[in-house]
Ligand binder design. Structure first.
Ligand SMILES: Nc1ncnc2c1ncn2[C@@H]1O[C@H](COP(=O)(O)OP(=O)(O)OP(=O)(O)O)[C@@H](O)[C@H]1O
Ligand SMILES: [Mg+2]
Length: 413
């Protein structure tokens, strides 16, 4: 039996369809990892997209042809010819008999006519998994994901900005499933920073936790265009009152079984839910600014955190200095001396970039190059041990190149 995950790609201009496929496919027990999403219409697919496909070399591709069925089926043929063991699952409008024949000739393994549902995708994957020689759902076991909590005992230190941008950057760097959880249940702002309007929140998950399964969990989660997923705080603070530490502990444990990374923006207060978050965390980042009130607050909560950290890994508790200015009157050495632990990373003071991003609802790491984005990406690389593409290298967002039609004749996808 094969224990490796099947690498897959999703090609569709339809954000809802992509989101649905990614949610079902990405379930931990499916044995499939989504390594790439191509979101442009066929006539905009270019060398850069093909290079990404070539590098990933997915065994499974979900290809939505509704944009242009004729061109889509030609692309399917191109993808299958590039790798004969590859399975292409077509999706889109009901095909005419002629097009259906063309799809079969192109080597499309299965075709899912609209509306594509969770059940249709799951059935297809189950059939394909057997062809790939993978274990059945029940047999499959996986390592739980890693949970990192961001906490600041002083308001406005930048914990929400760091947590949100870390989640986005982590997903882009690793292409793993990353869930951002907003546990600032009273006035959480992660949804605002991502520019999404969630329909449900953590509190809805708490209320229905007794009957939760992967499908119900997916319905509470909002997917950002970057691919990162969000479990938001409730819009109305009153809804937060009822959540207990036990509930947080159980839910975070459950979420770690479903995601590769869970990033938590914690509340400012040392309440039972915050302590339960620390208990579940594989790492806690204390976010601080370089000023005396911030450092004083950190010093006050360090003994408790260090007691909790005694049963964890050595580097469980790490310091992140935000709004760092190298010429500040208090130096990093002095901070380390005061706190008694080394500073893990610093993030530049970059008010304009951070404010613009908050106002536009677009994470800083997706914006133009800024000092903050560079530092943040460095932080995520240090956290994962994976280095990203060089700053001047061509990234995932590149979309200049030759139209697809001209590329059809090549065979190097
Ligand atoms: N590196 C930075 N440089 C400049 N300004 C920053 C930086 N990080 C955050 N800020 C600013 O600080 C403010 C607070 O940021 P953020 O909401 O991320 O902090 P927080 O710790 O989550 O705050 P809260 O206590 O409200 O939850 C924002 O207005 C943001 O513009
Ligand atoms: Mg905050």
């Amino acid at each position: 039996m094969n224990d490796q995950k099947i690498k897959s790609a999703i090609i569709s201009t339809d954000v809802e369809l992509r989101s649905l496929v990614a949610k079902v496919v990405g379930e931990d027990d499916m044995g499939i990892v989504v390594g790439l999403e191509v979101v442009v219409p066929f006539h905009e697919i270019n060398d850069s997209h093909l290079e990404q496909l070539r590098q990933l070399s997915p065994e499974l591709i979900f290809l939505d042809v509704s944009d242009d069925p004729v061109m889509g089926l030609k692309f399917a043929q191109f993808l299958v010819e590039g790798a004969p063991n590859r399975r292409v699952v077509g999706m889109g409008e009901v095909l005419t008999p002629e097009l259906l024949m063309q799809a079969m000739q192109a080597g499309v393994t299965e075709y899912l006519p609209a509306p594509v549902t969770v059940e249709k995708i799951q059935d297809t994957i189950d059939r394909l998994a057997r062809k790939f020689g993978h274990r059945g759902v029940e047999e499959r076991k996986r390592e739980p994901g890693k949970l990192f909590a961001f906490f600041s005992p002083k308001g406005g230190a930048g914990s929400t900005s760091v947590a949100t941008n870390t989640a986005v950057s982590l997903h882009i760097l690793t292409r793993r499933r990353v869930l951002l959880v907003d546990l600032d249940l009273e006035l959480g702002e992660t949804a605002l920073l991502l520019g999404v309007e969630p329909r449900f929140s953590f509190v809805d998950l708490v209320r229905n936790f007794h009957r939760v399964d992967a499908g119900l969990l997916a319905s509470y989660i909002e997917r950002h265009d970057s691919g990162v997923e969000l479990l938001s705080a409730p819009f109305h603070p009153a809804k937060a009152e009822t959540v207990t530490g036990d509930q947080i502990r159980q839910i975070l444990h459950f979420l770690k079984q479903h995601y590769d990374y869970v990033i938590v923006d914690s509340s400012k207060s040392f309440t039972a839910p915050t302590l339960a978050t620390f208990e579940q965390a594989d790492g806690v980042f204390l976010v601080t600014n370089v000023d005396l009130p911030s450092l004083r607050n950190i010093t006050r909560c360090l003994p408790l955190l260090e007691r909790m950290g005694a049963v964890k890994e050595d580097d469980w508790l790490r310091i992140l200095v935000n709004r760092y200015q190298p010429n500040a009157p208090i130096t990093l050495k002095e901070i380390e001396k005061t706190l008694g632990i080394p500073v893990f990373w610093t993030l530049s003071n970059d008010f304009e970039a951070v404010m613009n991003s908050i106002n536009q609802g677009k994470p800083i790491v997706l914006q133009e190059k800024t000092a903050y984005a560079k530092d943040l990406k460095g932080f995520v690389s240090a956290l994962t041990g994976i280095s990203g593409p060089s700053e001047d290298g061509k990234g995932l967002l590149d979309s200049i190149g030759r139209p697809l039609k001209k590329i059809f004749n090549r065979s190097d996808a």
